[in-house]
Design a protein around this ligand. Structure first.
Ligand code: GLN
Length: 304
């Protein structure tokens, strides 16, 4: 397969879409990002890599971080995590409060904000410095020791984190959050403010395309079934409330973030990260989703 040529075709086909959508508007740091940018990286399980555009530019990973925190919690606590969080798509906005009352403070899945706050609560209890552990984990997976979080993004997010505070307090009233809320929301917003490149993201996600093995050393970090489970949760819950449309158009497990990244896994084969800051109404990058759709259409690689 000539991935270089495929990436070139994709880049030219998505270019008209770069003017579409809106960049995340809730904090100045994300509002300032220019829409006219696109990057994409592919990492095969054989170790080949292909990139195009701004694949080596640092971007705000936002909700893609939820996959890393979830994987770290799952690695530590195994099936026990499902007592406190579900694994069904929510069909509502990523920071919706609505379902939580009916479902007694148990969020639908680990990739919506309340679910990720519960996962953060688990890590918060386990580690003295949970953010350091998350950073250590992503540095290990990506092979990039320079990965860090952007403090001004974190600080801005904290100023506008009212809904996340509300979600956390509400869950605490049901006994499903234990930590001190300001500290927990600080940890959560800090991991959302981690910056990585498309290359880092694609390299890291090889954990899930390689049955839970460390992408570099081959060491088993997750069992094969844990990796299968994480891929399944990405497939069913990774794209907020457009997960059905994404499965239809792209057909691979993936996770998006409001920074404009979408990172996908084709188990046993490869990983793929695309980034473009213009978002649709659900908070998914218009051009990055299209790029992944073109990739699976052109290559015939999808899980369906
Ligand atoms: N930091 C953002 C929030 O908590 C992440 C949202 C996202 O990427 N969907 O609202």
């Amino acid at each position: 397969m000539d991935y270089t040529k495929i990436l070139e075709e994709i880049y030219s086909e998505i270019t008209p879409l770069l003017s579409k959508g809106k960049v995340a508007g809730y904090i100045p740091e994300l509002r300032r990002v220019s829409k006219d940018q696109f990057g994409m990286a592919i990492c095969t399980n054989d170790g080949d890599e292909y990139i195009i555009g701004r694949a080596e530019k640092y971007l705000s990973i936002q909700s893609v971080s939820k996959v890393f925190t979830f994987a770290l919690a799952y690695k530590n606590f195994g099936e026990k995590i499902w007592k406190r969080v579900g694994r069904e798509p929510s069909g509502s906005k990523f920071n919706s409060l609505i379902l939580l009352e009916n479902e007694k403070g148990i969020p639908r899945n680990p990739f919506i904000n309340p679910g990720s706050l519960v996962i953060a609560d688990m890590l918060y209890k386990k580690y003295r410095y949970p953010l350091n552990e998350v950073l250590k984990f992503v540095r290990e997976l990506s092979g990039n020791p320079n990965i860090s979080f952007n403090t001004s993004v974190r600080n801005s997010e904290l100023k506008y984190a009212n809904i996340n505070y509300a979600l956390a307090y509400f869950m605490k009233s049901f006994g499903n959050i234990k930590a001190d809320i300001p500290q927990l929301v600080d940890f959560y917003t800090s991991h959302c403010a981690i910056e990585m490149t498309c290359v880092d993201l694609a390299r890291s996600f090889r954990l899930f395309s390689q049955q839970g093995n460390n992408p570099w050393s081959g060491e088993k970090l997750l069992t094969s079934s844990q990796a299968k489970h994480i891929n399944a949760v990405m497939m069913t819950c990774g794209l907020y409330n457009s997960v059905g449309d994404f499965a239809y158009r792209v057909g691979i497990p993936a996770k998006s973030g409001v920074g404009g990244a979408v990172v996908g896994v084709i188990p046993e084969k490869l990983t793929i990260a695309a980034w473009a800051p213009g978002l649709d109404v659900n908070g998914n990058s218009i051009a990055a989703v299209k790029a992944l759709e073109l990739f699976t259409d052109k290559t015939g690689l999808s899980i369906y």
